[in-house]
Design a protein around this ligand. Structure first.
Ligand code: C2E
Ligand code: CA
Ligand code: CA
Length: 751
C-alpha cells in the first residue's frame, strides 16, 4: 500500500490545535518565569539600594561627626596655641609695662598668625579695654577691637568670673590656664574666638582677676580653615553658607555655638560609598540580568520548539494509529471508538450505522493490479466525502469495506436517500489510468435505538443487513429487519445439520444426469449432482446448501465424498466421462490435485474418464492457486469443463487464455432461445469459437426439441437437459444405459 502524502483532515485539526497552544505556553510558562526573574532582579536592586542608602547614611553621619570633632578640636587647639605664649612671666611683664608693641606683636600677635594660622589677636587690660590689636595680617590700632567688642567682651567677662572663682581641681598637664571659647559670627564671618588670661608660668607673679590681661585669639572658619579642612579630611566642595540653600548632591551641617544657636552651615558633597559601589555594580548587574534573560529566552525557544515537534509527531502517530494511510479516513479502531462515544452521547436521539461493501472490487485488484485498486479506493473515498455531510464519520474498516455513521437522523427516508446517493455515485464508472471500471456497492443499515443501543449489536445487525443486500443481487441496500436475524439463525442451524449429514450415509446422495451426443443422441457421459435428503425438511437443493458449505468449511469433505462415490458408482458404466462439480474453494487448496490423483489411483480409474466442472471464479482467484491446480490436473490427463459459461466475469475474448477442455454454455442462454434474438447468435458464436480453439461444447438446460435441433444444427457437441433426462439415481441411470445400449439409439428420457 502506498502512503498518501496529502494532508488529511485530521492532521489539519492537529495543526489548528497547536495554533492555540503557544498562547497557553506563554501564559503558563514564559510569563511566570519572566515575572519571577523580574521580581528577583527588583528584589536584588532594592536590597542593593537599601544597603547603599544605609552605607551612605553611615558615611554622612561619620563626616558630620568628623566636622564637629574638627571644629571642637580647633577650639581646643587654638586655646592650646595661646598658652604657648600667655602662660609666661615675660608676657605678663611686657603687657603691663609701658607697651612694647614690637615684642607683643612678635610673641602674641603676628607670631600666632604665622605659626598657628590665627586670623586676629587682641590683648585686653583689666577693664577689658584693648591695648593691642592684630587684624588683617598686620598690627592694627587697638581701636579695631571696637568692631568685635560687643561679641567678645561677654566672653572676657565670663573668663574673669572663672578667674575670680578658680577651679579647685586645677588644670592638669595639657591645659595650663582657664579659658573661654566660643563660636561666633564676627564681622559677618564664622569664627572661633578663644580668650585666655596672660599669667605667670612660674607662679612668681600673682595677679587679681581684675588686673589680669586677656589674650583674644580669632580663627575665621570660612577661609584657610575650611580649605585646610577640605584638603586634610577629603571633603569635596566644602564651603560655608549662612542660609539653607544648597545644590543637588550637597549636604548641610549646622555650625552651632555652645548655646546651640545655629551660626551657619558647612556645605559639601558628601562621600557616598553606597552610591559609588552601586554605580560600579549596576552596569554589571544589568548585564547579568540581561544575560540571564537572553539565555532563558533561548532556552525557552529551544524547549518550545522541541515540545512542539514532539507534539506534532505525537499528533501524527495518533493520526496514523486512527486513520487509514491510503484514504486518510478513520480506520476500524477509530470507528469502534467513535461509535462507542456517539452511542454514549445523550444528545444523540438516533444513530444509523451503514456498512458498505464493494461489489467486484476483488476482480479489479486481480485483473488490473493493486495500484489501480488503490487509486480506485481513493477516488471512491472522494465521492463518499462529497455525499456524506460529516466526512469524519466515514471509516475504512477493510480492503473494500467502509462504514458511515449518521447521528441524529430525522427519518428512515433520509437514510434511504443517502444509501441511494451512495449507490448511484459508486455505480458511475471510474476512469483510472484510462480504464473504465464498473463496480458497485451494497449497503447494510442498522439503526439505534430501534435495532439496539450497543455497538456490537448494531455492528452485527448492519453486517447481517449487508449480507442480505448482497444476496438480493448487489448494488442494493437493506435495513436490518427481525426476519434477517431469523434467517441467520436458520443458516447457522443448517450449517450444523450439514455437518451431521456428512456423518450419516443416507442424507447426502448422488444423482446422475446423462449427457447426450448431439450427433447420434447416445449417452456419452454423466454429471454427478448432489442431493440432501433432510430427515425433517425433506429435499434441500444444492444451490441452498453448497454456498453454506463453501463459507462454513465442509465443502472439501463434501467434494471428496461426491468424487469417491461418483467414481465408484460409475466404474463399469459404458460412458466416456464422469463429470463432477468442483468448488473454487476446494481448488484453492494447494494439495487438491494431489488428492484427486491419489483417489484415482486407489480406485484404479483412468484419469481421462474424470471431468471436473469448474466455474470462472476459479480463474480470477488471487494468487492463481486454482489455476495452478487446474494445470496440474490437466497434466495428469483429467478433463476440465468451464461450467455456467457466459454468466461470470469472462468474456469471449478471454476464453482463449483459459486452460479448459470443454465449455458448458449456461442454461440461461438456451432458455432465452426464441425470446431474445441475441441468445441464438451468442450461443452460435461460442460454439464456433470453441470449435476453432479445439474445445468441446455442452449445452445445459435443453428442455425443448426446438432447442435441441437448433443446437445440433450449429454444431454443439453434447446436450444436457430435462428433454433428454432429469438427474436420476445411480440405479435408474444404469437401467437407462442398458436400454439405450439395447435400442442402440437415444433413450427417450426417464421423466
Ligand atoms: P450445475 O453445475 O449447473 O448443474 C446443473 C443443474 O441444472 C442441476 O441442478 C440440474 O438439475 C439442472 N438442470 C439440468 N437440466 C435442466 C433443465 O433442462 N432445465 C433446468 N431448469 N435445470 C436443469 P442441481 O442439481 O439443483 O444443481 C445445482 C447446482 O449445484 C449445480 O449447477 C452445481 O453448481 C451445484 N452442485 C450440484 N452438485 C454439486 C456437487 O457435488 N459439488 C459442487 N461443488 N456443486 C454441486
Ligand atoms: Ca455442473
Ligand atoms: Ca451448469
Amino acid at each position: 500500500m502506498r502512503l498518501a502524502v496529502q494532508s488529511h483532515p485530521g492532521q489539519e485539526e492537529g495543526a489548528k490545535m497547536t495554533l492555540t497552544k503557544p498562547r497557553r505556553f506563554v501564559l503558563r510558562t514564559v510569563l511566570p518565569l519572566f515575572a519571577l526573574i523580574v521580581a528577583a532582579a527588583i528584589a536584588v536592586f532594592l536590597l542593593l539600594l537599601w544597603s547603599s542608602t544605609g552605607a551612605n547614611q553611615v558615611a554622612i553621619e561619620r563626616q558630620e561627626s568628623l566636622l564637629g570633632l574638627v571644629v571642637s578640636q580647633a577650639q581646643f587647639t587654638i586655646a592650646h596655641d595661646q598658652e604657648s605664649a600667655t602662660v609666661w612671666d615675660e608676657a605678663v611683664n611686657h603687657v603691663k609695662r609701658p607697651k612694647d608693641v614690637t615684642w607683643i606683636d612678635s610673641n602674641l600677635g603676628s607670631w600666632m598668625h604665622t605659626y598657628f594660622g590665627h586670623d586676629a589677636a587682641y590683648i585686653l587690660d583689666g577693664h577689658n579695654r584693648a591695648i593691642f590689636a592684630f587684624a588683617g595680617k598686620a598690627v592694627a590700632d587697638p581701636s579695631a577691637y571696637g568692631a568685635v567688642a560687643s561679641q567678645v567682651t561677654p566672653l572676657a567677662s565670663k573668663l574673669r568670673d572663672m578667674l575670680r572663682h578658680p577651679d579647685p581641681e586645677g588644670y592638669g598637664e595639657r591645659v595650663l590656664s582657664p579659658g573661654a571659647s566660643e563660636i561666633l559670627t564676627l564681622n559677618g564671618r564664622p569664627a572661633i574666638v578663644s580668650v585666655k588670661p596672660i599669667v605667670s608660668d612660674t607662679g612668681d607673679i600673682s595677679q587679681k582677676a581684675d588686673e589680669t590681661f586677656l589674650h583674644v585669639a580669632v580663627r575665621y572658619l570660612d577661609a584657610t580653615f575650611i580649605s585646610e579642612l577640605a584638603r586634610d579630611y577629603l571633603f569635596t566642595g566644602l564651603r560655608y553658607a549662612t542660609s539653607l540653600e544648597r545644590q543637588a548632591g550637597e549636604h548641610l551641617y549646622p555650625l552651632k555655638s555652645s548655646y546651640g544657636q545655629t551660626i551657619g552651615y558647612f556645605v559639601w558633597k558628601p562621600y557616598l560609598p553606597g552610591t559609588t559601589v552601586l554605580s560600579q555594580i549596576a552596569p554589571t548587574l544589568v548585564g547579568i540580568a540581561l544575560f540571564v534573560f537572553g539565555v532563558l529566552a533561548v532556552l525557552l525557544t529551544v524547549l518550545r520548539k522541541r515540545s512542539l515537534k514532539l507534539r506534532a509527531s505525537e499528533a501524527r502517530l495518533n493520526h496514523l494509529a486512527h486513520h487509514d494511510s491510503l484514504t486518510g479516513l478513520a480506520n476500524r479502531a477509530h470507528f469502534v471508538e467513535r461509535l462507542d462515544s456517539e452511542l454514549a452521547n445523550v444528545k444523540n436521539e438516533s444513530l444509523a450505522v451503514l456498512y458498505l461493501d464493494l461489489d467486484r472490487f476483488k476482480q479489479v485488484n486481480d485483473t488490473l493490479g493493486h495500484p489501480v485498486g488503490d487509486l480506485l479506493i481513493q477516488e471512491l473515498t472522494g465521492r463518499l466525502r462529497n455525499i456524506v455531510n460529516d466526512p469524519s464519520s466515514i471509516a475504512r474498516i477493510g480492503g473494500d469495506e467502509f462504514t458511515v455513521m449518521v447521528p441524529n437522523f430525522r427519518s428512515m427516508a433520509q437514510i434511504e436517500h443517502l444509501c441511494e446517493r451512495i449507490i448511484t455515485a459508486v455505480r458511475n464508472p471510474f476512469n483510472i489510468d484510462g480504464n473504465h471500471i464498473f463496480i458497485g456497492v451494497s449497503i447494510g443499515v442498522a439503526t439505534s435505538p430501534q435495532d439496539g443501543s450497543e455497538r456490537s449489536e448494531l455492528v452485527r445487525k448492519a453486517d447481517i443487513a449487508l449480507y442480505h443486500a448482497k444476496s438480493a443481487g448487489r448494488s442494493r441496500f437493506a435495513f436490518f429487519g427481525k426476519e434477517m436475524d431469523v434467517m441467520l439463525q436458520e443458516r447457522r442451524t443448517l450449517e450444523r445439520e450439514l455437518r451431521d449429514a456428512l456423518k450419516s450415509d443416507e442424507q447426502l446422495q448422488l444423482q446422475y444426469q446423462p449427457l447426450y451426443s448431439a450427433k447420434d443422441r447416445r449417452i456419452v457421459g454423466v454429471e454427478a449432482l448432489i442431493r440432501w435428503h433432510h430427515p425433517k425438511r425433506g429435499l434441500i437443493a444444492p444451490e441452498t446448501f453448497i454456498p453454506i458449505a463453501e463459507e462454513a468449511g465442509p465443502i472439501e469433505a463434501i467434494g471428496e465424498r461426491v468424487m469417491r462415490q461418483a467414481l465408484s458408482d460409475t466404474k463399469g458404466w459404458p460412458i466416456s466421462t464422469v463429470a463432477v462439480n468442483v468448488s473454487a474453494v476446494e481448488l484453492r487448496n494447494p494439495a487438491y490435485a494431489m488428492k484427486v490423483a491419489k483417489l484415482l489411483l486407489s480406485l484404479d480409474m483412468p484419469p481421462g474418464r474424470l471431468e471436473l466442472e469448474v466455474t470462472e471464479s476459479a480463474f480470477t482467484d488471487t494468487g492463481g492457486q486454482c489455476e495452478h491446480n487446474i494445470r496440474a490436473l490437466r497434466a495428469l490427463g483429467i478433463k476440465i469443463a468451464l461450467d455456467d459459461f457466459g454468466t461470470g466475469f469472462s468474456s469471449l475474448g478471454r476464453l482463449q487464455q483459459l486452460a479448459v477442455d470443454r465449455i458448458k454454455i449456461d442454461r440461461s442462454f438456451i432458455q432465452g432461445f426464441g425470446q431474445s434474438a441475441n441468445d441464438e447468435d451468442i450461443v452460435e458464436a461460442i460454439v464456433h469459437l470453441a470449435r476453432a480453439k479445439g474445445l468441446k461444447t455442452t449445452a445445459e438446460g435443453v428442455e425443448t426439441s426446438a432447442q435441441s435441433d437448433y443446437l445440433s444444427a450449429i454444431g454443439c457437441d453434447d446436450l444436457q437437459g430435462f428433454l433428454l433426462s432429469r438427474p436420476v439415481s445411480a440405479g435408474d441411470l444404469e437401467r437407462l444405459l442398458r436400454t439405450s445400449v439395447e435400442f442402440g439409439a437415444f433413450g427417450k428420457g426417464m421423466n
